[in-house]
Design a protein around this ligand. Structure first.
Ligand code: PHE
Length: 362
């Protein structure tokens, strides 16, 4: 009897060792340890054995059952681990592979793209990019820039004031900046000369039509150093115009007025749509004039000028002594540059979020 139990142990152990998968192992377990298997049956019959055999057989059979149970458990553990590894290897997903179908890539909005293009040009010229608050003080937006208290642009029809609207002439009152020029003062307050900065950002005015939206973008430029002249302004703007509108462009300065520059100019770029103001495509009503420059050969692109000494006087204690330093400033509408460059006919297209329009600008 003991011999047979030992034989069962050896057979069982061999079968467990040979099991190649969890299903096969379960079969082996049932064959050797299941209710109807020989060893458990034998154990159940121990009581009927002669007294002198009972103890030895019972002990050996119990021991072998425990051994086989332990062997099954150990083997189950290794098999399960191996099977999990195999499954993981088979199911492996390479998350770096391109999706199928490939997802549609997004793109930068034309305004963002144009802003970055402009930034690149001026960074290349040695300017650094700074940004400022859109909710601004009357002081920075108007007073420090020499805008007279009687100037109509201060009225509620031209400027958004921020609630509570106390006194729109109080320098501390808050408004939505109407231009990026307040950053001229803030930038100079934050560092001594020389300073070469550009300021891209959102600005706000209560207008809404084909060429005006209540919120739009400007890019301000400010250069203050010793010995800066109007020629430096023109050279800087010529480089900008050629980089953005093509190498054959020219710029011209026309006298103008801004409260914070003296002299002030409006800057035109030579038309990049026609040779001499005459369009190649004659319109239906027989008009031969170029639609972009209206036959003048020039397109207005921005306002600029030499920084007024009165503006510098506000930051004189920071090193901007108008007797020692001078410089130029300019400000352009980013939407206007984008529209001119890409022939966008209506400003509102830039804000409608129509994918058919936006996806044209890769
Ligand atoms: N801030 C002026 C505007 O919004 C533009 C400008 C900037 C003019 C700097 C001169 C110098 O129209």
């Amino acid at each position: 009897m003991i011999k047979r139990i030992e034989q069962l142990r050896d057979e069982g152990q061999a079968a467990i060792d040979a099991a190649a998968g969890t299903a096969e192992l379960e079969e082996v377990r049932v064959r050797f340890l299941g209710r109807k298997a020989e060893l458990p049956r034998l154990l159940r019959g121990v009581a009927e054995l002669p007294a002198d055999e009972r103890a030895a057989v019972g002990r050996t059979a119990n021991e072998v059952r425990r051994q086989l149970e332990a062997a099954v458990e150990a083997k189950a553990g290794t098999l399960a681990g191996a099977e999990l590894d195999a499954q993981l290897a088979a199911d492996r997903i390479d998350v770096t592979l391109p999706a199928d179908p490939a997802p549609q890539l997004g793109r930068l909005h034309l305004i963002t793209r144009t802003r970055r293009e402009l930034e690149d040009v001026f960074i290349g010229l040695g300017f650094t990019v700074v940004e400022g608050p859109e909710v601004e003080r009357v002081y920075y937006n108007f007073d420090a820039l020499g805008v007279a208290p009687t100037h109509p642009s201060r009225l509620l029809t031209d400027t958004f004031y921020v609630d509570p609207i106390d006194d729109i002439f109080d320098p501390r009152s808050l408004l939505l900046r109407v231009h990026t020029s307040p950053m001229q003062i803030r930038a100079m307050e934050s560092q001594p000369p020389p300073i070469y900065v550009i300021v891209p950002g959102r600005v706000y005015r209560p207008d809404n039509d084909a060429t005006h939206t209540p919120q739009f973008h400007q890019l301000e430029g400010l250069a203050i150093d010793e010995q800066i002249t109007l020629a430096d302004l023109k050279g800087t703007l010529l480089t900008f115009a050629q980089a953005i509108f093509g190498p054959d462009r020219e710029v011209r300065l026309r006298p103008h007025f801004f409260p914070f520059t003296e002299p002030s100019v409006e800057v035109d770029v030579s038309c990049f749509n026609c040779a001499d103001g005459v369009s190649e495509a004659v319109t239906e009503d027989g008009d031969e004039r170029c639609s972009l420059c209206k036959g003048t050969g020039w397109i207005e692109i921005l306002g600029a000028g030499m920084v007024d000494p009165d503006v510098l006087a506000h930051v004189a204690s920071g090193g901007y002594d108008p007797e020692k330093v001078q410089g130029f400033a300019f400000g352009m509408g980013i939407e206007r540059i984008a529209m001119l460059k890409h022939g966008v006919p209506d400003l509102r297209l830039l804000y409608d979020n129509d994918i058919r329009f936006l996806e044209q600008f890769a």
